[in-house]
Each structure stands twice: as structure tokens, then as C-alpha cells.
Design a protein around this ligand. Sequence first.
Ligand SMILES: C[S@@+](CC[C@H](N)C(=O)[O-])C[C@H]1O[C@@H](n2cnc3c(N)ncnc32)[C@H](O)[C@@H]1O
Length: 214
Amino acid sequence: MIGTESESHDYVAGLCDEEAMERLDTLCAELVEENTRQNLISKPSEQNIWQRHIADSAQLLEYVPRETFGVWLDLGTGAGFPGIVIAAMRPQMPVVLVESRAKRVDWLGRISAKLGLSKCRIEGQRLELVEPFEARVISARAFAPLPKLLRLSAPFSTKATTYLLPKGRSAAQELQEMPKATRRMFHVEQSLTDEDAGIIVSANALKPRQETGR
Ligand SMILES: C[S@@+](CC[C@H](N)C(=O)[O-])C[C@H]1O[C@@H](n2cnc3c(N)ncnc32)[C@H](O)[C@@H]1O
């Protein structure tokens, strides 16, 4: 389990190059600054931003091949999690962020430009209105209850799509409440950054590295 800011920083550094780490440092600084103007993240979580937000997002990369080619779709990106972190760590991969709240859309546009994320596209509207395309990965943190999430994301999903859904404490319960056919398609992985949190992942997700101590 990753318990401290410095452990979180080291963990993320092991998943990306130095330029990506510089982008993430910039993201953290800009986020704290923007958090004085709009409510992007909770004030207390500014103190452990690497654990609560950056490493928490970055761990999703462990579930997909390093050379992922298709589009990564992040639903309800909000302040940027996990979508902006993923885009900052893998700038060559096309990433689409869907967010409906205007102030957050504006922030996502500004930070994406500042970080030079040319492959990152922001859909500033409700997911229900986005023209469907095939997503290689669909991620969503704190976006919607699982039945709604799967219903809204279905137009973007194929058999090859990997779902990565950080769900906090409710992960096992939410999956348990789904019909049997859906339960067979997913399982819950332990979050690296919170011992009480789970990530609902689809069956085609990679197994994460073992040396992380899980
Ligand atoms: C609880 S926040 C989570 C933000 C971010 N994923 C995180 O974990 O920090 C949920 C976000 O989803 C957005 N959202 C909710 N329903 C949406 C929809 N149907 N289409 C697009 N965005 C939506 C909200 O505006 C909000 O920013």
C-alpha cells in the first residue's frame, strides 16, 4: 500500500518518464491555485495530492499494455482525475475527457493546453450527447452508480474495451448487485492508494505488478 506523499511520488515516477513527472508537478501546482477559484478538490486533499489524486489515477495504467494504441475515454473527469493524469503520463495516446460543468471544462482546457497535451480532447458536454466512438479504455472515478455508468458508456464500448472504474468502498457491493452476466465480466482489484477502496475492472484488464505488495 502506498501510504505517504513521497511513496506516491516514487510510485508514479516508476510508471512514466521525467517529462511526464514535470507535467504532473505543474498540474499539482496549477490545481492548488485553481482550487482557490473553484471547488475542484477538497481542501484537505491538497496536503496529500500525490496519494489521493495523482497516484490514485496513475495506478490505472498498470491494467493496460504500455503501448496502448486506441482511445482512452474518461467519464466525468471533473478536476482531471484520472483523465488528465493519464494524458500527462502518456501524451502520445489519444485521451478524451467528458465533463459537463462549464467551469471544469474551462479548467480542463487550460491545463491541457498548459501541459501541451495535443492528443487530449475535451468533450465539454453531457456524455449522453457525445457522438459515440470506439474506446479502447473507459475510466470513470466517482462518476455514477455502476448500472448507470455501464448504460451511458455502452455506445463507446466494444469487446476489446477495458473498463477501469475506481469505486472507493462501494466497489464490491456495487458489482455484487449487478446481474450475474455482468458480474462475470468484471472483478474488483484492491486500490494501491487506499486500503478501503476497490477498482472495478473488466476481465480483459492486465494483472497489475505483483511487487507493489498487494
Ligand atoms: C464526483 S465528480 C468526480 C470527478 C473526478 N472524476 C474525480 O474523481 O475527481 C463527477 C463529475 O462528473 C461530471 N458528470 C456527472 N454526470 C455527467 C454526465 N452525464 N456527463 C458528463 N459529465 C458528468 C460532474 O460534472 C462532475 O465533475
